[in-house]
Ligand binder design. Structure first.
Ligand code: NAI
Length: 403
């Protein structure tokens, strides 16, 4: 079949296998080049001995999790296991991008002599935890690092069987702000209604730290964590303009819970001299973030300003800095006063945010977006589904099961 982009309510439903392969390859190339290059002022080269050798990534098929897998494998020479939720392809239907990415990554990693395996299933369930434990014991014996990079709309609590749904809503009152859609540069007003009933608590159940703690508890119980093992989960704070919908909204409550969980998990890891961290990352186009109202407008301005200042990063660059400048740079991991790693340091730089604030005042309802890089945001969104790569012939009739 000829695979084209199909979009429903801002969500892309199809993925292109050859484009996803290119997306993964581009990241591998970047990581390999930077790991050995000595003359890039922004990114340090790295000797692979400094990085962990056995890594478990929960949500390692797209976005930040996939980049984590690529950096640990291709800069650090790590054997990796990914746990993610995917739809496989059929003769007439494409797979999820995460499935294609995973196939492409694992082929390349194995060619490089690295172990690379996946468990496809619901990471929140006891069954997936048990399957993962068996696979770790078989292929890695133990793990040195567990990365928690899940972004999910729902979670079934394995203890009670109750299913919770996460929502991205302000708390208390509705929030109205300027926004753009991915497919139109015209600025419009978007209103997000306030969370109702138990929606905030449910979002904490899904996107907070409860499941992260359960994973670590399970791995400890099964004796699958190596001495000094670390674990890291990803969070976001962002600028004041997105506070009502993000940091002070339902998802922000969940992220606060996640950040607090790091302290409890560290306590639990004392027996193996391990440690848990939260890394606050930059706003980036991923399948999870692109559908948040207000965020595409903010990202369009952020991308443009950071590109002009030579500071723009994608998931790969962010995660490369996490490993080479933060988690494994020194004996003491640099954090803020709350104990969080800050990879959003360039996004939150005063000059960057001041420029975004200034450009925000140029935006008016019904008029085209001014001085922003919506095209760059859109291009990245296409690419995470395997579309928009000049090297791929999208008119080709291919089998969606090709890998
Ligand atoms: P993403 O949507 O690209 O990746 C989510 C991953 O979770 C995928 O591998 C998916 O298969 C997996 N997943 C979802 N539900 C699952 C389930 N039930 N069982 C197993 N796997 C499941 O998301 P993204 O943006 O990379 O987010 C990862 C983390 O990074 C999230 O915690 C997010 O809040 C955080 N973050 C994201 C930022 C952004 O701008 N995208 C900024 C800072 C932090």
């Amino acid at each position: 079949m000829i695979i084209s982009k199909k979009v429903l309510r801002n969500v892309t439903l199809t993925a292109h296998p050859l484009g996803c392969r290119q997306y993964v390859q581009n990241q591998i190339d970047w990581v390999r080049e930077h790991a050995r290059k000595t003359n890039d002022a922004l990114y340090r080269p790295v000797t692979s001995d400094a990085l962990p050798k056995r890594v478990l990534i929960l949500g390692g098929s797209t976005g930040y999790g996939l980049s984590t897998r690529i950096v640990t494998a291709f800069a650090g020479g790590a054997d990796t296991i990914n746990v993610s939720f995917e739809r496989e392809p059929s003769e007439t239907k494409t797979a999820t991008p995460g499935w294609y990415n995973t196939m492409a990554f694992e082929k390349k990693a194995k060619e490089a002599g690295l172990a690379a395996e996946s468990v496809f299933g619901d990471a929140f369930s006891d069954e997936t935890k048990a399957r993962t434990a068996t696979l770790i014991r078989k292929t890695l014996q133990k793990v040195d690092l567990v990365v928690y990079s899940l972004a999910s709309p729902l979670r079934t609590d394995p203890a009670t069987g109750v299913t919770y749904r996460s929502v991205l809503k302000p708390i208390g009152e509705a929030f109205t702000a300027l926004s753009v859609d991915m497919d139109s540069p015209v600025v419009k007003q978007a209103t997000i209604e306030a969370a109702e009933g138990s929606q905030a608590e449910e979002t904490v159940k899904v996107m907070g730290g409860e499941d992260w703690a359960l994973w670590i508890e399970h791995l400890l119980k099964e004796d699958l964590l190596a001495p000094n093992a670390m674990t890291v989960a990803y969070s976001y704070i962002g600028p004041k303009v997105t506070y009502p919908v993000y940091r002070e909204g339902t998802i922000g409550m969940a992220k606060e819970h996640l950040e607090k969980s790091a302290k409890a998990i560290t306590k639990n890891l004392e027996k193996i001299n391990g440690k848990a961290f939260v890394s606050v990352n930059k706003a980036l186009v991923t399948r999870a973030s692109a559908v948040i109202p207000v965020v595409p407008l903010y990202m369009a301005l952020l991308y443009q300003v950071m590109k002009e200042k030579g500071l723009h990063e994608g998931c790969t660059e962010q995660i490369y800095r996490l490993f080479t400048d933060r988690l494994y740079a020194d004996k003491r991991v640099p954090t803020d006063d709350e104990g969080r790693i800050r990879l959003d340091d360039w996004e939150m730089r005063e000059d960057v945010q001041a420029e975004i604030d200034e450009r925000w005042t140029l935006q008016h309802e019904g008029e085209p977006l001014q001085k922003g890089d919506l095209e760059g945001v859109r291009q990245e969104y296409d690419q995470i589904h395997g579309f928009g790569f000049p090297s791929v012939d999208y008119t080709l009739d291919i089998d969606p099961r090709v890998i």
